[in-house]
Design a protein around this ligand. Structure first.
Ligand SMILES: [Zn+2]
Length: 380
């Protein structure tokens, strides 16, 4: 058993370096004794330093391998473990035990593929839960946090002492069992808190369907507080913009979206009526091309109308319109230079979207909001 299991409160220690091996640009260091947590079971490795040199990874081997950015130097090692990071990971890890146990006992949903990450940790359930079930799950987990139940661990050394009540069967020892009173007992090598109250709070922030069921995005402790605070700031900013309270914010946003749709449609109707005049006023000429830049999001049909209007009198036409955060460019060239034009745009280093067409006519999508000057330069 690794030492962090018996001594989870040691965050600074001194020991001897027994081996340093250079691997590429990194250094693999073995210590006479190590209290670092190596990456395992979905929990990232501890962060910290050895003789002031940053640890980039801790590998779960016997002995534990510490991967460093530089050679830590002398034979003795002053080791520091990032306490805040370990504690936060312990919160996510213990939290997941409770979340998985409650999902199983309340809804028969078994867990797999647990991963601690920032800002959300994830776990997959083999069953899809509906909104009400997720709310009930989140509530029960928070109740267990408030009940401040002890989290204990025992090492089982005899096969016959492995309880038959575990979620899955195990046939090896030593086996470390982590128990949260009558809520959950499961074998685990991770780091945990000592009382559920240390988890602070739990939020399920989102779900994603996966082949076998669903993936839950959740967080406990300070990470949870951080995510909630960020989301609250977004709500407050929107309330400020809409000069309203959060009770009618959703309604106001829905109305605003409807208004934008309505006005866009109205504007496009008007544009159809005034487009002959608009085209005359917004046309530009370069040595080869006659072009038009439409500096608002219009319908493709309207842009096509502009294209065909210009094509009546010109052999080479370029029409561009803003499409959200991208620009939609149509190039018409009766002499067959439309493909060459796409290459020319690519060579300018713009990120390209889906393009199509042929040498006489091509639609080119640039993943950037271009200006009239950009289009004029392209057409030269
Ligand atoms: Zn665990």
């Amino acid at each position: 058993m690794h030492r962090y299991i018996e001594s989870p409160k040691i965050f600074e220690f001194e020991t001897q370096i027994t081996e340093v091996k250079q691997v590429g640009e990194l250094f693999h260091v073995n210590l006479a004794e190590s209290y670092y947590f190596p990456e395992a079971g979905g929990q990232p490795a501890d962060r910290g330093t050895i003789n002031g040199v940053k640890i980039v990874q801790v590998i779960d081997q016997h002995p534990i391998v510490h991967v460093l950015e530089q050679n830590p130097g002398s034979a003795s090692a002053k080791c520091i473990i990032d306490k805040a990071y370990r504690l936060e990971n312990s919160r996510q890890h213990t939290g997941q035990h409770i979340l998985s146990a409650v999902a199983l006992s309340m809804f028969g949903a078994d867990s797999s593929s647990f991963k601690i990450a920032e800002p959300y940790s994830t776990v997959e359930l083999n069953k899809k839960l509906v909104r009400e079930q997720l709310d009930a799950l989140q509530l029960r987990v928070n109740e267990i946090i408030l009940e401040n139940i002890p989290v204990t661990s025992t090492i089982i050394n005899d096969l016959e002492n492995i309880p038959s009540t575990l979620r899955h069967s195990y046939n090896f020892v030593p086996l470390r069992l982590v128990q949260i009173n009558n809520i959950d007992t499961c074998p685990c090598c991770g780091s945990h808190v000592q009382q559920t109250g240390e988890l602070g709070q739990c939020s399920i922030f989102g779900v994603e369907p996966v082949k076998t069921g669903m993936k839950l995005y959740f967080s406990f402790g300070l990470s949870c507080l951080g995510v909630v605070r960020n989301k609250l700031q977004i709500v407050n900013k929107l309330c400020e913009q809409f000069t309203c309270g959060d009770d009618i914010l959703v309604k106001n946003v829905e109305n605003a979206v409807q208004n934008v749709k309505f006005l866009t449609k109205k504007f496009n109707d008007v544009f159809k009526k005034i487009s002959p005049l608009w085209i005359t006023q917004n046309t530009f000429k370069t040595q080869q091309y006659v072009g038009c830049f439409i500096d608002f999001t219009c319908e493709s049909a309207d842009a096509n109308f502009v294209v065909s209007t210009l094509q009546k009198e010109n052999a080479k036409v370029i029409v561009a319109f803003v499409d959200g955060n991208a620009t939609n460019i149509t190039v018409c060239d009766k002499e067959g230079g439309a493909e060459a034009m796409q290459k020319k745009i690519e060579e300018k280093g713009f990120k390209m979207g889906k393009c199509g067409g042929n040498a006489q006519r091509r639609t080119i999508i640039v993943e950037k909001k271009l200006t009239k000057e950009n289009i004029t330069q392209i057409a030269e």
